[in-house]
Write a protein that binds this ligand. Structure first.
Ligand code: GDP
Ligand code: MN
Length: 392
């Protein structure tokens, strides 16, 4: 699950990480009141969307005077933000953060993530912070300092020194960095985060480190033990199809291709996408309908798949281990009849009660294309997508 910048900054603040003072606003009036409450003559208006890269997309503006606060808040609240991080989606701006404007001396970069190779949390930092860290990582990786935290020992002060001196910071800033990294590590572990990014972490006019931006992502599987964080979910920022799928307990991710996949089991779903690609096709989604799926879930899955506009064929790949293929076949038939599927449906069934399942599909009278194995199914799906002639 993703969070807004203001939510992440509230968490940072509660762990003692310095952030600029700020207030969230949902209307231009609220924005003006927020600015008055903060005091001063200069503020930053920041569009709250679940994506970085807002600065370049007109979603971060330094303003002077209350009229400019109102005008910028009004402009941002009526726009959508599309950045290189939104995957082509236009994100609605339902709120803006009004923050005190900070003098920036230096922009640094700091992040923490789950390091799957070392099975721990790893910090990454760079003196080359600001908006273009991806470019730095691609062209000058030596400018990124990495520190791996031992799970048992936890974060150690010497690691902050490694990071800080590696980034070329002074002793004063290394000391501040140690306090920030230690607090962020605690936050990361306490809240089951999977990613935490501060870009930029800045040195301000008073020579202090402050988190000017904040991005966090947490492991959805841990949401059940963090009701306070679960309550911060903003579905308006999510892909509508993915949000609908999650309400039905389906594990769904939208992709760019035209062959929709419906599979039971995440591993089999990944393998299905691989074999589709191997045969020259492009998957329209990842969908794991779960191990113990039933006809009702198959029907919901069809509805969700078909809400994707670019779908030109549906590939159903079910291995009946716990589930019975005849029940799945009934679900497919009910779904195709009820939902009104207009694109070719290719079905590969294998496992428990497979003969009964195949017989049901054959007897249904519906235009369902049966496949003998996964490769056969992928080939048929790729061919069907090419010929389906759906106008996009
Ligand atoms: P992002 O583009 O979505 O990552 O948004 P950020 O919050 O990182 O802001 C983008 C850029 O705007 C920062 O790198 C800063 O250069 C600038 N910026 C943001 N807040 C302030 C501020 O308080 N004062 C000044 N001078 N610049 C700011
Ligand atoms: Mn940023």
């Amino acid at each position: 699950m993703n969070f807004h910048e203001y939510q992440a900054k509230d968490l940072f603040a509660s762990y003692g990480v310095p952030v600029p003072a700020g207030t969230i606003a949902r209307t231009p009036d609220e924005a003006v009141i927020a600015a008055q409450g903060l005091g001063g003559q200069m503020w930053v208006v920041k569009a709250q969307v679940h994506a970085g890269g807002r600065g370049k997309a007109g979603g971060v503006k330094v303003v002077r005077g209350l009229d400019e606060v109102r005008a910028e808040a009004n402009r941002m609240l009526s726009m959508t933000v599309t950045t290189y991080q939104t995957g082509g989606r236009a994100m609605p701006v339902d709120s803006v953060l009004i923050a005190e404007a900070i003098d920036i001396e230096t922009e640094l970069y700091l992040s923490a993530l789950i390091d799957r190779v070392n099975r721990c949390v790893t910090f990454m930092g760079s003196a080359a912070g600001g908006v273009d860290i991806e470019h730095v990582a691609a062209t000058e990786p030596e400018k990124i300092v990495t520190v791996t935290v031992d799970n048992t020992a936890g974060f150690q002060a010497y690691q902050a020194r490694q990071m800080g001196f590696g980034m070329g910071l002074s002793a004063r800033h290394v000391k501040q960095l140690a306090q920030i990294m230690s607090a962020l590590y605690k936050l990361f572990i306490d809240k089951d985060l999977s990613l935490l990014e501060v870009n930029p972490l800045i040195i301000d006019g008073d020579d202090n480190l402050i988190a000017l931006d904040a991005k966090i992502n947490m492991d959805d599987n841990a949401l059940f033990r963090h009701p306070d964080l679960a309550a911060m979910r903003d579905e308006a920022q999510e892909d509508p199809t993915e949000a609908a799928a999650s309400r039905h307990g389906l594990n769904y991710i939208t992709l760019d291709g035209n062959i929709a996949c419906m599979v039971n089991g995440a591993g089999l779903a990944m393998a299905t996408m691989d074999v589709v690609k191997l045969n020259g096709g492009e998957p329209a989604n990842f969908l794991d309908v779960g191990g113990g799926t039933n006809a009702a879930r198959v029907k919901e899955a069809f509805k969700i798949i078909l809400s994707g506009e670019s779908v030109e064929a549906i590939l159903v790949n079910i291995f009946g281990g716990i589930v019975r293929c005849d029940l799945i076949a009934e679900g497919i038939i009910a779904a195709v009849e009820e939902v009104g599927v207009s694109v070719p449906v290719i079905v590969r069934l294998e496992g428990t009660k497979v003969d009964e399942g195949r017989q049901l599909l054959a007897d249904s009278g519906l235009a369902i294309i049966s496949a003998s194995d996964l490769n056969d199914a992928a080939q048929k799906a790729v061919a069907a997508a090419k010929n389906s002639g759906v106008v996009q």
